[in-house]
Design a protein around this ligand. Structure first.
Ligand code: HEC
Ligand code: HEC
Length: 483
């Protein structure tokens, strides 16, 4: 049964829903006495009028049409490339290091430790004498769930890689006209950039020729970052075979380009991280018993009183727009400076892309499937408890004032630690962030907040509770798979 439909269908649906919620209410009564919080929970009997309101706000269920067509040969190739450190200058870090299936497709840290770091996720250190990192990566590594759906046409927290039909390459990006033609999607275009970043993957100038090219700004030229990496990959016979199988226009090693690499990685990401089998999805597809009473109550708040869906709306619970949610700024920032400051520790977000001061502190609304698996949260990973994120979204200024730095998950390093909490510890900078927030404070009680958190947990696709199947057994370069 579809939720959207004629008025008649809608009336039938509402009746069914009311009946099933009543049934859930009595099922819940049986639990009374076990959990004191459950006992205080008001019976879940939303009025028909409220249900009708929510129905209009609820997204349509995810379908195959929302995603590009599958391509198993490209996906298989993309999988090994995603895990292969060959794409980094010093051959010491892969895409997977920061987007690991064992860390919810992120890295479990507030801010990543890029090339030179040692270990995976919360055990990752800032390196040893031979390879100590000199800076933290300034933004949280985002999760990759549903990132390959067609409606995701803007990549990164600030959308700096973006589909743009008016641009000769088809995309606006930091590479301008240097971006190669033939990219399948913004997701594919995105994959070209991590290897060009010194801190993330390329390394420091003097350490390897890829880092030298990156430091010189030579991305697309002869001997540029992309040509060198394509050449490295093409020199491995197993890759030559995989690329020839995956791409009609690759007959031999000499045909392999970084565009093929990027398109294969995007095919892998889009297929592997599609997450749409959650209790919420089953509810949208007509199974009205799929969510717990508390999650249903949270859904009502999310789409109603708490106004979360002003921004977290649509099929993937994001409007794909940019908003100021006032998330705490921690870490080294992006080099921006509020008036009166020159330490570069601010991050102006979308303003960095548009140059428009109205976009200051705006970041892309994150998609929320599997959000319970993808902490720490926020563009700087400042929160490591999902309930605190919800509390933040209900009262930004109060949350900024109450921010507890102990929750940040940052491998300690004497050279990096001093910068981590400079912005969030400064009342004037906190006030500047709070002033832009597009969220009106709303006082909800503990049970209502619990209910919203429970709704967020109803966005978990249980197939992703264990993602070990996604890690390949070996990779063509023979480089170590472990970090
Ligand atoms: C050192 C850690 C690190 C490595 C290595 C890394 N990433 Fe990321 N990734 C990040 C961070 C941090 C961001 C967000 C940066 C920003 O928004 O400014 C990001 C953003 C992304 C996004 C955009 C997600 C979104 O929601 O917009 C995708 C997709 C992605 N990375 C894929 C990759 C791929 C593919 C590779 C390998 C070619 C890779 N990453 C390597 C840390 C990393
Ligand atoms: C004005 C638009 C807006 C409203 C309203 C809003 N959000 Fe958000 N939300 C955002 C943006 C933008 C971010 C990312 C901000 C950042 O990283 O700096 C975000 C981040 C989040 C995150 C963290 C996701 C991640 O991957 O890091 C969660 C969870 C979340 N919001 C839930 C909610 C809930 C629950 C509500 C309602 C109580 C809500 N939001 C209301 C725009 C909004």
């Amino acid at each position: 049964m579809k939720l959207k439909g004629t008025t008649q269908q809608k009336v039938i649906r509402i009746c069914l829903l009311s009946a099933s919620i009543l049934a859930l209410g009595s099922a819940m009564a049986q639990y009374e006495g076990s959990d004191p919080r459950q006992r205080r929970l008001p019976a879940v009997k939303p009025s028909d009028a409220l249900l009708a309101r929510i129905d209009a706000a609820l997204p349509k269920p995810v379908t195959d049409e929302d995603f590009p067509p599958r391509d198993p040969a490209k996906e298989a190739l993309g999988q090994v490339l995603f895990f292969d450190k060959i794409l980094s200058g010093n051959k010491n870090i892969a895409c997977a290091t920061c987007h690991h299936p064992l860390a919810g497709t992120g890295d479990g840290l507030s801010l990543p430790v890029g090339e030179g770091g040692i270990g995976l996720s919360t055990t990752r250190s800032t390196g040893d004498e031979t390879s100590r990192v000199s800076e933290r990566v300034p933004r949280n590594a985002p999760h990759l769930f549903n990132i390959g759906a067609r409606e995701f046409t803007k990549m990164f927290h600030d959308g700096r890689v973006e589909e743009n039909a008016d641009h000769p390459t088809g995309y606006s990006s930091p590479a301008g006209d240097d971006l190669p033609l033939g990219l399948d999607s913004a997701l594919a275009a995105q994959a070209l950039f991590p290897p060009t970043s010194g801190a993330e993957m390329a390394g420091h100038p003097g350490e390897n020729p890829v880092a030298d090219a990156a430091a010189a700004g030579n991305l697309a030229g002869p001997n540029g970052v992309w040509a060198q990496l394509a050449e490295r990959v093409a020199a491995i016979p197993e890759y030559e075979r995989l690329f020839s199988e995956a791409f009609d226009d690759v007959e031999g090693a000499e045909d392999i380009t970084m565009t093929h690499v990027a398109n294969a990685i995007a095919a892998f990401e889009a297929a592997t991280f599609r997450a749409d089998d959650t209790p919420f999805d089953r509810f949208l597809r007509g199974d009205l018993t799929a969510m717990s009473p508390r999650a249903l109550m949270g859904m009502e708040l999310f789409y109603g009183e708490a106004k979360c869906a002003t921004c977290h709306k649509g099929t993937f619970l994001t409007d794909q727009g940019f908003h100021a949610a006032g998330m705490p700024q921690i870490g080294p920032g992006k080099g921006d400076n509020l008036p009166g400051y020159d330490d570069g520790l601010d991050d102006f977000g979308r303003e960095r892309v548009t140059g428009d001061a109205a976009d200051r502190f705006r970041f892309r609304t994150p998609a929320l499937r599997n959000v319970a698996l993808t902490g720490p949260w926020g563009h700087a990973g400042a929160y490591s408890d999902l309930r605190r994120v919800v509390e933040h979204q209900l009262d930004v200024a109060a949350a900024l004032e109450a921010y507890d730095p102990n929750q940040a998950i940052l491998p300690s390093d004497p050279n990096l630690d001093p910068f981590d909490f400079v912005v969030i510890s400064d009342p004037a900078r906190r006030a500047a962030i709070a002033a832009t927030a597009e969220i009106e404070p709303l006082a909800l009680d503990d049970e209502q907040i619990d209910a919203i958190v429970e709704f967020l947990h109803a966005l978990t696709d249980s197939r992703f509770l264990d993602m070990r199947r996604i890690v390949p057994k070996e990779i063509p370069s023979g480089l170590p798979l472990a970090d």
